[in-house]
Design a protein around this ligand. Structure first.
Ligand SMILES: CC(C)(COP(=O)(O)OP(=O)(O)OC[C@H]1O[C@@H](n2cnc3c(N)ncnc32)[C@H](O)[C@@H]1OP(=O)(O)O)[C@@H](O)C(=O)NCCC(=O)NCCS
Length: 207
């Protein structure tokens, strides 16, 4: 697996106008809540830095991460769509991006390890996924499922039992399976780390 990660501390962001293109600035101005503005900007800074490293672009304004209807942003370099795989996540003061020139598809997710109510567990997971009951395990499982949703890249809202992760193996049903097939049934690998301290972070990559 070959991908690069960049993590951004959202309490220490550079000024937006030094980083964003005209189109990005226009969207950024529509974001009203400071938390969302910082997450959005931090995700862009993270992805722009990686893309700049991979493609050798020093002017990060040339790397544009523009919103689109599906929720998955569009990545342009010098106004042209790139072939890189990429994904963004943010949680509790951090933004993380991943990008790769080698992998075809990538999805990432970061979540803080917390105790959550039983109803959440029962709503969100299929019984076959629940091989442990600890907060760490359930948070890890959540990040795995969300990383898989992002790898599929669809804007359709999927039911939680359509995207499962059983002992690290992705399993799709219903519309998620249709999307997976339409992507050519990639071989998917999911890896999870307890990183940074107090968080779970998953990466799903598809060949
Ligand atoms: C898309 C989704 C996975 C985002 O996850 P989240 O934990 O809410 O938020 P995160 O901070 O981790 O990720 C947000 C980023 O995901 C990316 N994203 C959003 N929609 C996306 C999509 N359809 N595909 C890929 N990436 C997407 C964006 O980059 C977004 O950041 P940005 O708006 O600042 O650019 C989630 O909101 C969602 O819709 N989940 C579907 C729920 C669902 O179907 N669950 C059942 C299966 S588990």
């Amino acid at each position: 697996m070959a991908y690069q990660l960049e993590v951004i501390d959202l309490t220490n962001l550079p000024p937006a106008d030094a980083l964003l293109s005209v189109q990005e600035q226009a969207y950024y101005q529509t974001l009203r809540f400071p938390k969302r503005r910082n997450e959005w900007l931090g995700g862009r800074l993270a992805l722009k830095r990686i893309v700049g490293r991979i493609l050798g672009v020093s002017d990060l304004v040339q790397v544009e991460v523009l919103p689109q209807e599906s929720g998955k942003p569009k990545l342009l370099v010098g106004g042209k769509v790139t072939r890189l795989a990429y994904s963004i996540t943010h949680s509790n003061g951090f933004a993380v991006a991943a990008a790769s020139a080698d992998e075809r598809l990538i999805g990432i997710d970061l979540e803080k390890i917390e105790h959550r109510i039983t109803a959440w567990k029962n709503d969100f997971f299929h019984p076959s996924e629940l091989t442990d009951d600890s907060d760490e395990f359930l948070t890890a499982l959540w990040t795995q499922k969300e990383a898989l949703v992002k790898l599929l890249g669809t804007g359709l809202s999927l039911r939680s039992n359509e995207v499962c992760c059983v002992r690290g193996q992705a399993q799709f049903a219903g519309r998620a399976l249709e999307i997976y097939k339409s992507l050519g049934e990639p071989q998917i690998t999911v890896t999870t780390d307890k990183w940074p301290a107090g968080f779970m972070f998953s990466v799903a990559v598809g060949k």
